[in-house]
Write a protein that binds this ligand. Structure first.
Ligand code: GLC
Length: 545
């Protein structure tokens, strides 16, 4: 590891923010129906202020049949009754802003719900109609068109095509209830500009853009070429993905087409018309860091999720490589990085790191290291409690990935396990998630009482107390842009990642043996230090000043 300096120069709020992801179904349930809601989120905003986050990103709350828990939108300009009303959204926005918290909402432009008025009109209008031209309807192949138009698979399993009664097929890269728009049709872009303005006018501070790399498909809709001996997959299963560097390049006529960037240039201009540094963050699963960087050119999106930190294996070299390659990819486009360890699509990082005491120690150490890096950090609800992935019983699983694959020879367990409602208080379900006494929409495990916010607030050694200390230290000491340097010759052995950020030295010990701590005041540590604070145990990180 050689020493290097990495420059960060700009100052909009989102360039160095801590952004906390709320999954509305599972955050807080004000009306007691077992599903979280907007009023629940509003009631817990003071908790998020005390935690020390700058912004919340809220997963979709729009009108939706909830086939993919809100990522199937039937009306982009209304709130699903399950979550509340537009008035509740206004209250949430106003309360957050009063508390100094920005609000980023989730925009789903790749597909709508099959219950969206446009898709219903398309079904009714029939082949060749302008209504069908808003989606990707095609005739099938083979005799009577009984075969799908191409070989593409859904990210959630099975074919990416479904047939409608008049014989045509429509494309859905996700569930069959999520038809893909045809972004080559200008009506689609115009509709989404209206949606952006609707939410910008209501005061949102930004958009997380779902499947940002998917909007355009290669125009021919040709077959995907699958090398012999490889299993065809519908998409990026985060939990199985190798780091981008290791990943073999696949033929992906459905992802990352160049035309998508025109859309983000248009959105950039729309956002520029508004005050207050409104932002966009792309969920873009691209094959290379360079391709990811193209989403964040000066006139496009503000940020792109950098999943490479999340995918890195537990080693000092792997983390150093991720830091270096991230900054290298971004420097040509003058963008700043983002860092993330968990979200609503991936196995919680305590569990990914092996679970139990070791998984938790590693999770805290990786988090503390990530929080020292220049750029924005994204946190996922419940990680501040050290929650693990839950093994949701088969009968309770709801994720379309599971529902579409459970009867096949390659069943996928799905993402329910990271979406279980979080424990706020008490010793039994619903652990203060809602006012009732019943289990919420996904059952919570027994024994979660000791992980509740209430329990952890009382314990200075808890994961919650650690997150609060770390976020407070970040705010005081690393409040803005900065540089990070990877220290090569630290003499502490190859298991230790050493960074310098401003006055701070950051050490992460990925090994199992303790190493001596250099001189300096301990600002915050991810776990207990050894030998009277003179040793850094394995699976532990520390900030020294
Ligand atoms: C994104 C979301 C995921 C959703 C999918 C389809 O990957 O993060 O939760 O299922 O898009 O909208």
């Amino acid at each position: 590891m050689s020493a290097m300096a990495l420059e960060q120069t700009h100052v909009e709020w989102w360039r160095h923010a801590v952004i906390y992801q709320v999954y509305p179904r599972s955050f807080a349930d004000a009306d007691g129906d077992g599903v979280g809601d907007l009023a629940g989120i509003t009631s817990r905003l003071p908790y998020l202020r005390d935690l020390g986050v700058d912004a919340v990103w809220i997963s979709p709350f729009y009108r939706s049949p909830q086939k993919d828990h809100g990522y199937d939108v039937s009306d982009y300009c209304d709130i699903d009754p399950l979550f509340g009303t537009l008035e509740d959204a206004d209250t949430l926005l106003a309360t957050a802003h009063d508390l100094g918290i920005k609000v980023v909402v989730d925009l789903v432009p790749n597909h709508s719900s099959d219950q969206h008025a446009w898709f219903q009109e398309a079904l009714a209008a029939g082949p060749g109609s302008p209504e069908r031209a808003r989606y990707l309807f095609r005739d099938g192949r083979g005799e009577d068109g009984a075969e799908p138009p191409n070989n593409w698979l859904s990210v959630f399993g099975g074919s990416a095509w479904d047939r409608v009664p008049d014989g045509q097929w429509y494309l859905h890269l996700f569930d069959s209830s999520q038809p893909d728009f045809d972004w080559r049709n200008p009506e689609v872009g115009d509709m989404f500009e209206e949606v952006l303005r609707f939410w910008l006018d209501r005061g949102v501070d930004g958009f997380r853009v779902d499947v940002a790399h998917g909007l355009f498909k290669e125009e021919s809709l040709r077959d995907q070429v699958v090398p012999e001996g490889e299993r065809q997959r519908g998409g990026a299963d985060v939990n199985e993905q190798k780091s981008m560097v290791e990943r073999t390049h696949r033929d992906e006529p459905m992802w990352d087409q160049p035309e998508v960037h025109e859309v983000y240039r248009r959105w950039h201009k729309v956002l520029e018309e508004y005050d207050g540094d409104r932002m966009t963050v792309a969920e873009a699963w691209t094959q290379t860091p360079e391709s990811m960087a193209r989403f964040v050119r000066d006139d496009e999106m503000s940020q792109s999720f950098n999943f490479t930190w999340l995918l890195a294996s537990w080693s000092a070299t792997a983390f150093a490589d991720v830091i270096t390659s991230t900054f290298e990819a971004l420097q040509d486009v003058h963008a700043d990085p983002t860092w993330v360890l968990s979200n609503h699509d991936v196995v919680r990082h305590v569990t990914r790191y092996g679970g139990g005491a070791q998984g938790l120690a590693r999770a805290r150490a990786a988090t503390l290291t990530m929080l020292a890096l220049p750029g924005s950090a994204y946190l996922y609800q419940g990680e501040e409690l050290g929650l693990e992935q839950v093994d949701v019983p088969e009968d309770d699983r709801t994720d379309p990935t599971w529902l579409r694959t459970r009867d096949t020879d390659a069943p996928e367990i799905g993402r329910d396990g990271c979406r279980v409602p979080i424990p706020w208080s008490g010793s039994e379900p619903p652990y203060g998630f809602g006012p009732g006494t019943g289990q919420p929409w996904l059952p919570q495990p027994a024994g979660w009482g000791s992980l509740s916010v209430e329990a952890q607030e009382a314990d200075p050694a808890s994961t919650l107390a650690f997150y609060r200390r770390a976020l407070a230290a970040r705010r005081t000491l690393l409040g803005g842009p900065g540089t990070v340097e990877i220290l090569g010759d630290h003499g502490l052995g190859e298991d230790v990642l050493a960074l310098r950020r401003g006055d701070l030295t950051v050490l992460l010990n990925c090994g199992s043996s303790p190493v001596p701590l250099p001189e300096g005041e301990v600002v915050v540590a991810s776990g207990e230090l050894g030998a009277g604070d003179r040793e850094l145990p394995g699976d532990t990180a520390v900030w020294l000043r």
